[in-house]
Design a protein around this ligand. Structure first.
Ligand code: AMP
Length: 472
């Protein structure tokens, strides 16, 4: 029997044995994602941009644990909020403690601010946070059960400048990623003006039997959380909300002045926004400014973004934008005190990293390939392989981006890999070069090769590529 047939028989036998083992494959859970190497260039870009902007505006990075006590969210996000009632991953641990996987960043950050006495630092404390959050949502495009947020929180600043600064940073973040967005903004007032407003709202729903036409959830909301009636996704509830009294018309003088100032700063900075009276955000802790960042509407290009945003004829597009919000936030002046700290004004936002990446992909924005190298090291023979393993480390330490394929033997396949890595030069070391104390430098574009002194290889490369940056 020929060698070929023997090999084929062996392969078939191996495959049969593999199938016979009947190992059930374990897949990832519903609504969660693996981030494979190809996708990481998007993550690097988004994280880099978030970190750059945060640093520029004086926000310092901090992290909090994924696990927190369930009570933290019940008390802050609100027992009636969607996050707490429907979306939280929670469990009782081996000691009987009620634990939650964080569904949002702010409560944990505020807990940490109080617990570590950050109120003793000069105020405000400006924090940058980036990490995964977990919500038991119905998975669909752009909606996952584990996703990541880039969060900024400004704790200790009451001035409307802080609200406007956050929205400006969010806007610059997107525009520097070449994504067109519009800020949706509203004010939900304070406990005093909201109380008066809620009476007007409830009366509105009682009039002309509107209440009976609401969806089941909104019927409950009317009692527990009437503000949420305004941003229900159900068509019939949206129709019912048309003509509802607007919170901005009921603001007390302080809240109105605060809101006007925020808008004035945004105007000054030329940040496109849309006054959106139905935007309330679903969490209990917000007061005064609330905002969301929506993808700009895909309407006819002959009208300005502001005009388009205010246009009710574009409703379906608007609804899509609302559901695909890229970020959201607002002011939460009562939360620090509510969680046991001193009365401390604060505001913040969260931006969904996966949704940003989806947008970058959709728009085919060209990215710099961080994997691309300056140089490739190729070898011929085992002795050359050993030498270039040492040389690789030397060049890498000198700051060059070097690529290699130590395990390959054929020069042809090494050159193919050098081409794929997009390098300008390949250094080739063979038996002859070892004997002569030289190495070849091949220009990958022209194919021309030059012999250089092995000892001077670093200087020769620097001559061609310039000196590399050695900064950490
Ligand atoms: P929220 O605080 O719920 O407004 O969330 C802030 C941002 O996180 C949203 O604007 C989205 O970009 C993102 N986000 C919220 N929920 C999800 C989800 N289930 N999957 C992916 N991203 C999400």
């Amino acid at each position: 029997m020929s060698k070929f047939f023997k090999k084929k028989d062996n392969q078939e036998a191996e495959e049969k044995a593999f199938k016979a083992r009947k190992v059930r494959l374990i897949s990832r859970l519903r609504g969660v994602k693996d981030i494979l190497p190809d996708e990481h260039k998007y993550w690097s870009l988004v994280v880099k941009k978030a970190a750059e902007l945060s640093r520029a505006y004086g926000f310092k990075r901090m992290d909090t644990p994924v696990l927190e006590s369930l009570e933290l969210y019940e008390r802050s996000s609100g027992r009636a909020s969607d996050i707490v009632t429907k979306e939280m991953f929670s469990f009782v641990d081996k000691n009987g403690e009620k634990i939650a996987l964080r569904p949002e960043a702010t409560p944990g950050i505020v807990r940490s601010y109080i617990e570590h006495g950050l109120f003793n630092l000069p105020q405000p404390v400006k924090l940058f946070w980036l990490g995964p959050v977990f919500r038991h949502d119905k998975p669909q495009a752009g909606r996952f059960r584990q996703f990541s947020q880039f969060d900024l929180e400004n704790i200790g600043e009451a001035s409307p400048v802080a609200d406007a600064e956050l929205m400006a940073i969010a806007y610059y973040f997107f525009s520097e990623l070449q994504l067109e967005v519009i800020i949706q903004i509203n004010s939900v007032g304070c406990a005093v003006c909201r109380k008066e407003y809620l009476v007007k709202l409830e009366n509105f729903y009682k009039e002309r039997g509107r209440r009976t036409k609401l969806c089941q959830t909104c019927k409950k909301r009317l009692v527990k959380n009437p503000l949420r009636l305004l941003d229900c996704k159900e068509k019939r509830c949206q129709e019912m909300a048309i003509g509802a009294p607007q919170l901005v018309d009921s603001l007390c003088e302080d809240c109105r002045n605060h809101f006007i100032k925020v808008l004035e700063y945004l105007d000054e900075l030329n940040i496109p926004y849309n006054l959106n009276p139905t935007l309330v955000r679903g969490l209990d802790y917000y007061n005064r400014t609330v905002f969301e960042i929506w993808p700009a509407f895909a309407d006819p290009p002959d009208r300005s973004v502001r005009e388009r945003a205010g246009d009710s004829a574009g409703k379906p597009v608007e609804e899509q934008s609302r559901q695909n919000a890229l970020g959201g936030g607002g002011r939460y002046d009562g939360l620090v005190e509510y969680l046991g700290g001193r009365p401390t004004p604060a505001c913040g936002f969260g931006i969904g990293v996966e949704r940003v990446i989806l947008k970058i992909k959709e728009k085919n924005i060209p990215l710099r390939d961080e994997e691309k190298g300056d140089l490739f090291l190729a070898h011929l023979g085992d002795q050359a392989r050993r030498k270039i393993m040492v040389l690789f480390e030397e060049l890498r330490k000198n700051g060059f981006k070097v690529r290699q394929a130590f395990a390959k033997d054929s020069l042809k396949s090494q050159l193919e890999m050098a081409n794929q890595a997009g390098v300008k030069y390949t250094l080739i070391l063979g038996q002859k070069e070892i004997m002569d104390g030289t190495i070849l430098i091949r220009d990958m574009e022209s194919g021309l090769q030059e012999v250089v002194d092995y000892k001077k290889v670093s200087a020769e490369i620097e001559k061609r590529l310039g000196s590399p940056s050695n900064k950490l």
